[in-house]
Design a protein around this ligand. Sequence first.
Ligand SMILES: Nc1ncnc2c1ncn2[C@@H]1O[C@H](COP(=O)(O)OP(=O)(O)OP(=O)(O)O)[C@@H](O)[C@H]1O
Length: 266
Amino acid sequence: MSAPTLREDLVELQVDSVTLAFGGLRALDDVSFTVEPGTVHALIGPNGAGKSSCFNVISGVYRATSGRVRFGDTELTGQRPHRLAKLGIGRAFQNTALSPHSTVLDNVMLGRHALTTGGFLSCGLRLPWTVRQERRHTERAVEICEFLGLGKVLHAPVAALSYGAAKRTDVARALAIEPTLLLLDEPAAGMNAVETAEMAATIRDLRDALGISILLVEHDMNLVMGIADRVTVLDFGKRIADGTPSEVQADPEVVKAYLGSGSEDA
Ligand SMILES: Nc1ncnc2c1ncn2[C@@H]1O[C@H](COP(=O)(O)OP(=O)(O)OP(=O)(O)O)[C@@H](O)[C@H]1O
């Protein structure tokens, strides 16, 4: 994929003292961290730690009870999820957001529609400039698919793909909006060891080739240790650690949280 090694339009994502309460339960309790431009930042923690809640606050699915989320100068707090694409934030989902009977390419092109400027009438009339624009978008979608190792399955329906390839298609769909920040929700969930290693390599390649920022939520501590520049650890809704992978791995509170959870990821 042709791409600049460093984008100049990157901004930081700031999660600032976010609390999210469901009745008496604080899914997030005064959580703060910053995703620096051009880094892979992992948000980890045992079951029920608040990772998905945090992701949902960032992407506008939940509204924080207090605190704020900023993307550069833009306030994300209270933005609707569909606004994210316009702000340059792409999101891949834990269970994928794909149409199973459409092809890989069609799914990625759907993600690209946020960038299409042609209106209903001009597209319907197939005016020359909309045809040219569509061709350009298709070429870029193909490039993105090839970068993610999907070049041979462009015209296959998503339902026919392996689990790993379907997850990569969802990442391609999220990348199709040319995001400066990519949100990945448990990208390796349900994958076998080979698929997990491939996904880890893909995430590293994305940062290195595109220079974008990536925030990933992940349960698997081993996966993030190899690919993250920085790690924030949640437990029972609170931030218990924030640092480099080796710093958080050596943190006694993190070790205790993972051992206490009975997780095999410790
Ligand atoms: N919509 C909701 N209503 C009530 N409680 C919720 C809701 N969503 C999450 N919770 C609670 O908030 C806490 C944090 O849940 P969350 O799903 O954010 O954790 P998680 O770290 O993503 O867990 P997992 O790794 O198991 O997905 C849990 O106690 C959960 O039961």
